[in-house]
Design a protein around this ligand. Structure first.
Ligand SMILES: CC(C)(COP(=O)(O)OP(=O)(O)OC[C@H]1O[C@@H](n2cnc3c(N)ncnc32)[C@H](O)[C@@H]1OP(=O)(O)O)[C@@H](O)C(=O)NCCC(=O)NCCS
Length: 207
């Protein structure tokens, strides 16, 4: 399958741009991750991948998303740029999108770039992409109980808590909030410009 059209997609918020990375930009993303995403004592992720961050596995993880891409199961791992500099990533993914019209998201920013609203902008960008361009009906997200910034972003953007589960990134079970927002509840708080999507739409099962 030719997935090259994915690299033409651009999501622009007032301050950041999201797009798929070149090989060099993926290296830059690794460098941002290696410089630190969270304090060692706080694990924000459901899978504790930052406890064992390895260059080759990190690059492979991103390349796998491209190798395994299918219109019935995809994960679009956008890299986030601030003035041309890589600052983190924001993904949006789905299974059986054509039937279910549901997407899930995940994200991180380098520690130096957190707490300045970029996380809100990048999540809003992929929600606009999912709801306005792909025709999603629902978006879901999740956050561990101590991950207040992630919860706050979900709440600010209009998600509601639909349940509570448990994840054990470091062995001990930790409560995990499940969030959901419907297209009809979505009201984008910022301007998001979206470009280059038309040729890629069949790749999302959205044409
Ligand atoms: C989660 C993450 C992507 C959020 O991005 P960010 O740019 O830091 O977040 P923002 O600045 O856009 O917004 C964070 C919101 O949480 C609030 N917040 C942050 N820490 C808080 C705290 N301890 N208590 C209350 N509110 C807090 C901020 O005030 C802001 O809300 P506001 O706009 O109403 O003021 C980023 O912090 C990150 O990468 N964290 C580590 C990895 C991670 O947690 N990934 C997500 C896993 S689910």
């Amino acid at each position: 399958m030719n997935i090259e059209p994915l690299w033409e997609i651009r999501l622009r918020t007032p301050r950041v741009e999201l797009r798929l990375p070149t090989a060099d930009e993926l290296e830059a993303l690794y460098d941002v991750a290696a410089a630190g995403i969270h304090p060692p004592e706080e694990m924000p992720f459901g899978v504790a991948w930052t406890d064992d961050l390895r260059h080759d596995a990190f690059v492979q993880f991103h390349q796998d998303a491209w190798r395994d891409w299918s219109p019935t199961k995809w994960d679009c791992r956008f890299v986030t740029f601030l003035d041309g500099e890589v600052i983190g990533m924001q993904d949006v993914g789905a299974e059986a999108f054509a039937e279910r019209r549901e997407v899930g998201t995940g994200s991180w920013l380098g520690q130096d770039f957190q707490g300045r609203g970029y996380g809100t902008e990048q999540r809003a960008a992929v929600l606009e992409f999912a709801f306005r361009v792909l025709g999603a009906r629902v978006a879901i997200s999740g956050a561990l109980i101590h991950n207040v910034p992630s919860q706050r972003i979900s709440e600010k953007l209009g998600y509601r808590v639909t349940g509570m589960g448990e994840l054990s990134p470091r062995g001990e079970p930790i409560p995990h909030y499940e969030y959901r927002i419907e297209h009809t509840q979505w009201n984008c708080p910022i301007a998001v410009e979206i470009e280059g999507v038309e040729p890629a739409l069949p790749l999302f099962g959205a044409a």
